[in-house]
Structure formats: C-alpha cells, structure tokens
Ligand binder design. Structure first.
Ligand code: C2E
Ligand code: MG
Ligand code: MG
Length: 599
C-alpha cells in the first residue's frame, strides 16, 4: 500500500532559508513584478518561470519547486483545468492561483479544487504575497500529514500489521462485495482457508521472532500467487485466507491450492537455519458451498480441518458432512480438556515379552479415554486434537507420571527388571524443561531411569535436529532409554541413527503383518534387525499376531516382541494377572507349555 508521504522538500520548505517558487504562465513582466514583491532577506524566494503546464510538470518531476504559482489571467476554465491537472500529477506540491480579477466564485472553486491560496493581481502587496506562499506551504504540509494519519488509521483497521495482508474485517468486506457481484454476474468465486501445519511447534521451539518471520514469509508466498483482483488475508494466528474471484470453473481453485501448497513447502530461511513447513487448505466455492460470505468462510474452515485430519500438507474441497466434523472437533477439544481434569483418561498396558527368556519384560503404556457416552476411545480419535491444541503437554506429563508410578509399584511387587515404555509426541518433547520434568517424575516415583523407555516416532527427528540431539543427550545422561517407534515408516533417519543416543528400534507392525507372506517385508525386517545389531541397538517387533510371525522374527534375532498374540493392552489390574501368571504357552522352555510352538 503506497502512502503519499510529503516530499521532504515540501514538508520542510516553510522552515527553509530558500523557497523555490515556480511561476507558471504570464509573461516576463508579471514574473518580474512577482520577484520584486518577494524580495527580502528571510526567507529568500527564488522565482523560476515557465510558460506552460507541461514545462512546469517537467520541473516538478525533478523536484525543482516548493510551491507553484499558477497565473491564470482572466481565464476561469483554464484556471481550474490547470489546477486539477497539477493536483493529479503532483498532489504534494501546493498551488497558489494568481488571477486578474477578484472573483469570489472562482476563488472558491479554486480552493475547493485544491488550491492553497488565491491572489489577485491588482491587489498584490509584498507582505500578503509572502504570507500567502508560506501559508500555502504550511497548509499543504498539514493536509499531507492529515492524509498520512488517515491512511495509517485505515491501515490499522483493515490490514494485518505483521504481514501487510488484509485483516479479517477487510477480508469479510471484500468477500461480501465479491459475493454480491458474483451473484449479479453469475460468476464463480472461491475462498481458500489456509492453516500452517504444526505452527505452534515452531513458535514454541524457535521463539516468536522465528514464528513471525515464518508468518511473513508465508504471507509473501501467498501474495505472490494472487492476481490483482484476488485478496489475501491473515485471519489471525497462523490462519490465512485467499479470495479468488472470476473463476472459470471451481477446479481452478484446486490448482491455486496446489500452487500454494508447493510454495509453502519450500524451505524458509530463518536465523536458526532452514525450516520446512506445510499447510492444510480448505476450499469452498460460490454458489456451490455457500451463498453468503459467512457460510463460505465457515465451509472453507471445515474443509481445512478435513485436510488436516486427512494427514495435513494437502487441500480438501468442502463437502456437506465436513461442517459437522469441524464442530465435532471443537467440542471434542473442550471435552478432552475436561477429561484430563475429570480423570477420564486412563492408561492401558500392553505386555512386551522376551520370547527367548520366556518372560514378560515390560509393558507399553497406551492412553485411553473412558468417555461417559462413547465408551473406551482409542488414541487415534483424540491424540491429533491434543497435539494441535497443545493439550498434549499436560496430557503427556500425566501419562509419564502415571506410567512411572505404576511401573515403580510393579517393581516393588518383585518384578525387578520391569521396564515401562511411554509414547512421546514431538510437541511434548520440545519445551526446554522436558528433561527436567522427566527427572522430577523419576525422583518423585523412585523409578530407576533405565526402567523408563521413551518412544519417539521418526516424526520427532524431523524437527530441529540440533535441538533434538541435545534433548536426547540430556535424557541419555539421565539414564533414560530411548526407542524409535514405528521404525521404517517415517523418513527413515538412518543417517541420524549413528549420531543419536538411541537404544531400541521398534519395527513397525506394517512390516510384521506381511512378514510370512511378503518376502520383501521379511527382508526389510531382517535387515533392520541386522542393522540394529551392528549399531548395538535392541529391537522390538510390534504387532505380532501369529505364531509364524513370532517364529520368523525370533529366527532373525529379534526376541523382544509385542502384539495381540501375547496380549492386548489392558487396564492395570488385568495386566497384573498376566504379570503374576506362573507361565505362558509361548514359554518354549517351560514344561507346562504343552503344545507351544518351538522357536
Ligand atoms: P504405538 O506406540 O505404535 O502403539 C502400538 C499400537 O498398536 C497400539 O494402538 C496397540 O494397541 C496396537 N497394537 C498392539 N499390538 C497389536 C497387534 O498385534 N495388532 C494390531 N493390529 N495392533 C496392535 P493404540 O493403543 O490405539 O495406540 C495407537 C498409537 O497412539 C500408538 O502407537 C502411539 O503412537 C499413540 N499413543 C498411544 N498412547 C499414547 C500416549 O500416551 N502418548 C502419545 N503421545 N501417544 C500415544
Ligand atoms: Mg509406541
Ligand atoms: Mg508403534
């Protein structure tokens, strides 16, 4: 947005020692008379003369005058035309009209048209001319400053200060107008609702300066995709919106969304290093998904949520059932907050067994929500909401504490080597005091650090490697074990494995599932076990459901396993039965385990 700022020359002219007057029209006699009237010590006037407006414009373009005296003789019409032309081309230069007659009508019209003074040739006196010119210059300066202030106020009310994009209120106005015009002209328009993925994480880990830089860069990228007639806006936080008018078909909006996603995905250079972020976009078009501004914005918002739940870094076009889905999400978030405080969250424990030693060696704590109406809700239903809303921080802390307390109690009962595995979301792992908090829990519960195994997915390794490494090392110094969960499904950070102080790789169940039927999966699994061994890491096979899977996995050298074959996750009381049971069918070396398959 360009604001007409006062030319520094004009603004300061009234205070200057020398004031440059450009006299336009008239003849040399008129100019000489004028010069004579302006003679004096301070301020010093330098009067230049040109006979036509085009010549005057040429001078003004080179910034060669502080004030313009337009000699209009007797011509009324020319006076006003010349004045308007000057005002349009050089709005910052004050113009004083010099006329032959004292004509009140003309004087008024000239002033209305923007003249800053009106002089009559036969009534010129030295004092009055000097005063008129100085007054015109000051008057102009006040006018310009007023305009700047007005423009600034308008900017504040309608533009986002951080990014310079339209704000929510301007966007809503433009959308309103665009909908009316689209209705009249039977056009199609689209609203694209854009939300950055995991923006909170960047803000929390890198700080607000980096967060702001990221928002500005996103705004710039969005701006670069737009045509003049489109509007880009920041609605608040990390939410942006784009209004695209005159679409030839609704699918054009999808192309724009693709383009935006591509642009946003490009690494952003921050002071702390390059950062990759993605966005989720929801699309709603007029008249298909809404016939007024509010409905369209709501529909695009719902579609954006759908894109997020479908895995982020993508767009979704609005469909009828999405609105319900979005409002469900919001209410779920509130409910989840209550659930934590109201004690509706619970941990279930799934056994981790060592099939060679024939023992339950530990458990993985898995969160459940005992919802009063919905029953037992699995983490897939609510974890993402917890992660998006940062509720995962208090929830995660509750999980670690509860799991450690439980493990300490079981150790107390005589299961000395019992190890508890706890899942940690990337968000949770990022705050500076994470390691301190873990330490506090260990001290409070009396659990030995080596009995706690924190499970991180490869997703966590994608964020800010240097920091991750530092956090890992601090955990390691505490003595806590670290495992990489769902290994093989992420962006396999094989390169990091060498540097990271990791203890365990948990081979993802997707490989185990087809272990006995798909030779490729068998090879991958075997390779992972060998790799782990070479790096001195332990392995746990996840999702073992059949005896064949168990045997094959054990033959590769992976003896620690988890899966429905050995037991699903159950509440602490049921788990205790399993823990205290004298033997298991899969204890190959146990005599009572008749019929148990041999390894
Ligand atoms: P995960 O850590 O990979 O946990 C294993 C998941 O596989 C669990 O699902 C478990 O019930 C399921 N599973 C175990 N054995 C078998 C099997 O033999 N067959 C099949 N089909 N599934 C099996 P669950 O409990 O629904 O948890 C899903 C994911 O949610 C977990 O995957 C973990 O990433 C996350 N999660 C669970 N609890 C927490 C928590 O307290 N905090 C965090 N941040 N994430 C959690
Ligand atoms: Mg896990
Ligand atoms: Mg897993």
């Amino acid at each position: 947005m360009s604001t007409p700022g006062p030319g520094p020359q004009q603004a300061a002219a009234a205070e200057k020692e020398e004031i440059r007057v450009l006299f336009v029209g008239g003849d040399e006699g008129d100019v000489s008379l004028f010069r004579a009237l302006l003679e004096g010590d301070r301020p010093r006037f330098v009067v230049d003369h040109v006979s036509s407006l085009p010549q005057a414009f040429e001078r003004l373009e080179r910034n060669q005058a502080d004030v313009l005296v337009l000699d209009v003789g007797e011509g009324h019409t020319e006076a006003l035309t010349g004045l308007s032309q000057t005002r349009v081309r050089h709005p910052l230069v004050p113009v004083v009209v010099l006329a032959d007659t004292d004509h009140a009508g003309l004087a008024n019209r000239a002033l209305e048209a923007g003249a800053r003074g009106y002089l009559v040739r036969c009534a010129l006196s030295q004092g009055f001319v000097v005063w008129s010119l100085l007054h015109a210059i000051r008057n102009q300066r006040i006018f310009v400053e007023l305009n700047i202030a007005r423009e600034r106020a308008r900017q504040l009310a309608t533009y986002d200060q951080l990014t310079g994009l339209a704000n929510r209120s301007l966007f809503a106005d433009r959308l309103d107008q665009a909908v009316s015009s689209a209705r009249r002209n039977r056009h199609t328009l689209a609203v694209l609702f854009i939300d950055l993925d995991h923006f909170k994480l960047v803000n929390d880990t890198l700080g607000h300066v980096a967060g702001d830089a990221l928002l500005r860069s996103t705004a710039q990228r969005i701006g670069s995709c737009l045509r003049k007639s489109d509007t880009g806006a920041r609605l608040g936080g990390d939410e942006f919106a784009v209004l695209v008018t005159h679409l030839s078909s609704p699918s054009d909006a999808e192309q724009i969304a693709e383009k935006l996603l591509d642009l946003i995905r490009k690494p952003v250079r921050l002071r702390t290093g390059d950062r990759v972020v993605s966005a989720s976009i929801g699309i709603a078009t007029f008249p298909h998904h809404g016939t007024d501004a509010e409905a369209l914005l709501k529909a695009s918002d719902s579609a954006m949520y759908h894109a997020k739940s479908a895995g982020r870094d993508r767009y979704a076009v609005y469909a009828e059932d999405m609105y319900e889905e979005a409002s469900d999400r919001t209410s779920l978030e509130y409910r989840l907050r209550d659930a934590l405080e109201g004690g509706e969250l619970a941990l279930h424990y799934q056994p981790v067994v060592d099939v060679v030693r024939g023992r339950v060696v530990g458990a993985e704590a898995l969160i459940r929500w005992r919802h009063p109406e919905l029953g037992l809700v699995l983490p897939a239903e609510f974890l993402r909401i917890a992660e998006d809303s940062n509720l995962i921080i208090p929830i995660g802390e509750w999980v670690i504490r509860t799991a450690c307390e439980q493990a300490a109690a079981w150790q107390e009962m005589g299961h000395k080597g019992f190890r508890i595995a706890v899942n940690v979301s990337p968000q949770q792992f990022q705050p500076d005091d994470f390691v301190t908090r873990v330490n506090e829990v260990l001290e409070d519960t009396g659990l030995r650090p080596e009995s706690l195994e924190l499970e991180l997915t490869e997703r966590s390794l994608l964020h800010d490697t240097r920091r991750t490494l530092a956090q890992f090392s601090a955990l390691k110094r505490l003595g806590v074990r670290i495992s990489i969960d769902d290994f093989g499904t992420g962006y396999s950070a094989l390169a990091y494995l060498k540097q990271l102080p990791v203890d365990v790789l948990k081979i993802d169940q997707s490989f185990i599932r087809a272990l006995t039927t798909d030779p490729a999966d068998a090879t991958i699994t075997q390779t992972v076990v060998q790799l782990a061994r070479a790096l001195n890491l332990a392995t746990i096979g996840e999702g073992v459901e059949t005896v064949e899977q168990m045997q094959l996995l054990a033959s590769f050298g992976c003896s620690r396993m988890q899966g429905f074959l050995f037991g699903e996750a159950t509440d602490a009381t049921s788990f205790e039965y399993l823990l205290t049971a004298p033997n298991f069918w899969w204890m190959a070396d146990d005599e009572d385990a008749a019929g148990a398959p041999t390894l």
